[in-house]
Write a protein that binds this ligand. Structure first.
Ligand code: XUL
Length: 541
């Protein structure tokens, strides 16, 4: 059997997908939700409640408890762990885990009779992990950029200017404000390399893909940038794991998993990566040409890139791709967060949400909302506040259409820097099941949109990466084209084509949306007269 296992340690759950790379079958697709299955950790949507909306942490021990639970679930389902040739994984990007000097011995001596979270607890130098939703490091970002010279200089060096959620600024905050605990920190892992460390029973390296989300890696040399490391915190260099290409075999599985679940002792572990690099593979974007929009907790726009092209406006990122090339990525924090906000405000379900989208008119009668229900990453907004233009707060129909049009216009406007005309978009993530949302996506971008069968493209990408990395250099080596075939392909019949008339309306809408953004965030002209004019034009149609 040629079975490969992909895990995805995401914000709200831990999931597994197993594939048989020879027969093209997906053998399992299982998930453990943190809130539901691990209520003892007290999370809401996977994160720890905090009085400061800018501070967002999670408990790394919860991710381990979830790993024990997930594998126990698989065992109960009768999954044959001994058939697995190799495992890889995906981790929510940017989040960091701080381990003390006991970690090396703890990782090596894991006992199958005891729980993972209990055993790792004494190895933590910091109880909680700041994750990608944390936006509390604006000061640190400014200080690092000033030290390097400018925002643009940091972007040129690392592929992104400093972003609050990126690991470097987060480490700086910890080192500056919690110096005693920082002093006791022996290794700083990403979520991906932390989970991989537990899998192999020793400190795992960080792969180039996830390493690109730290503001610490030289994006062209694919090595730690001394300049960035020094500008971030003293003594950081020795605390960082090694960097390796994403297809590196990092060791055999720890005895813990062999004894407890029945893996073979020679099951290999391929370096874990970030969820976005994994999803790139999970949707088959191994060459440039198409883009993917993932509608998850946050919405992300990404695609493959042959060479690193950096955004002049300091928006978006360039990451190393699992194929060894590059990928672009733009993250919009108010994705499902904003959609759920509206659903909860009016206590409606997805059916009603879709019905409203289907029966309201494109352009929303000139009513616009900037949906910053939480501080936004793109465009940079530090204060959570939804800003409305001509839209009443109790206007359910206007708000449903308003939020979706805003999200799609924002994605279209803020991805212009890539200079690529996107003709095809692959839609993934929970909300991509909703075809009414995808119609707005197609019309706003003037592109055909396809859906995917696999809901969890990050876990699928991890499983496919496991196969690729494991077979590399053997007689059975597979090209990326062969690896993704039959797995990471869109459902052909799911195509949603842009509607010509609506594309015209949205061309104008995108400009007006930009004007609202300029007005709200950059002191630009009041767009209200132009919106009224637009509304009159729409009425005339
Ligand atoms: C990407 C980002 C998010 C997380 C979500 O930069 O912050 O997409 O990776 O898990």
């Amino acid at each position: 059997m040629s079975v490969y296992l992909g895990l995805d340690s995401s914000t709200q759950s831990l999931s597994a997908i197993a594939v048989n790379i020879v027969t093209g079958e997906t053998l399992l697709d299982v998930s453990v939700s943190f809130d539901e299955r691990l209520p003892q950790f007290g999370t809401e949507n996977g994160v720890l409640p905090n009085g400061d909306p800018n501070v967002v942490h999670a408990d790394p021990l919860m991710w381990l408890a979830a790993l024990d639970l997930l594998f126990a679930d698989l065992k109960a389902l009768g999954f044959d762990f001994s058939s697995v040739k190799a495992i890889s994984g995906s981790g929510q990007q940017h989040g960091s885990v701080y381990l003390n000097s006991r970690a090396t011995a703890v990782l090596k001596g894991l006992e199958a009779s005891r729980r993972l979270d209990v055993q790792l607890q004494p190895a933590l130098a910091r109880k909680t992990s700041p994750i990608w939703m944390d936006s509390s490091t604006t000061e640190e970002c400014k200080a690092i950029e000033a030290n390097i010279g400018s925002r643009a200089a940091v972007a040129e060096l690392t592929g992104s200017s400093c972003f609050e959620r990126f690991t470097g600024p987060q480490i700086k905050k910890f080192a500056d404000y919690d110096a005693t605990k920082y002093a006791k920190t022996a290794k700083i892992h990403l979520v991906s390399s932390f989970m991989a460390s537990v899998m192999i029973g020793k400190h795992a390296p960080i792969d180039h893909g996830d390493g690109s989300g730290m503001n610490l890696m030289d994006i062209k040399k694919k090595d730690w940038s001394d300049t960035m490391v020094k500008a971030t915190a003293s003594g950081l260099s020795s605390r960082l794991p090694k960097l390796v290409p994403s297809d590196t075999d990092i060791g055999r599985i720890n005895k813990y998993f062999v004894d407890k679940f029945g893996f073979k002792t020679n099951t290999r572990v391929i370096a874990w990566s970030g969820d976005n690099p994994c999803s790139l593979i999970g949707v088959g974007l191994i060459k440039p040409g198409h883009a993917c929009i993932s509608l998850g907790t946050s919405d992300t726009f990404f695609g493959a890139m042959p060479t690193p092209k950096i955004s002049k406006e300091g928006e978006g990122h360039v990451f190393s791709s699992p194929t060894g090339d590059y990928m672009s990525l733009i993250c919009f924090l108010n994705g499902s967060l904003a959609r759920e906000h509206i659903k909860e405000q009016f206590n409606i379900g997805w059916d009603e949400f879709s019905e409203i989208l289907a029966t309201t008119r494109p352009g929303n009668h000139g009513k616009i909302i900037l949906p910053y229900f939480s501080p936004e990453i793109t465009p940079h907004v530090s204060k959570a506040e939804a800003i409305r233009y001509g839209l009443d707060t109790s206007d359910l129909r206007g708000k449903v259409r308003g939020v979706i049009e805003a999200q799609m216009a924002s994605i279209a406007n803020h991805s212009k820097w890539m200079g690529v005309r996107t003709r095809t978009i692959y839609a993934t993530g929970g909300a991509s099941a909703n075809r009414e949302i995808l119609q707005v996506m197609a019309d706003m971008n003037n592109a055909s949109v396809y859906q995917f069968k696999a809901g969890n493209t990050a876990a699928l990408g991890a499983a496919l990466r496991a196969a690729h990395g494991h077979l590399k250099g053997t007689k059975a080596e597979l090209s990326w084209d062969a690896v993704i075939k039959g797995f990471a392909e869109p459902v052909k019949k799911s195509i949603i084509k842009p509607d010509k008339e609506t594309v015209k309306t949205y061309k104008r809408f995108r400009k007006l949306y930009q004007a609202c953004e300029d007005h709200a965030l950059r002191g630009g002209e009041d767009p209200s007269p132009a919106l009224k004019e637009f509304s009159r034009e729409l009425r005339g149609k």
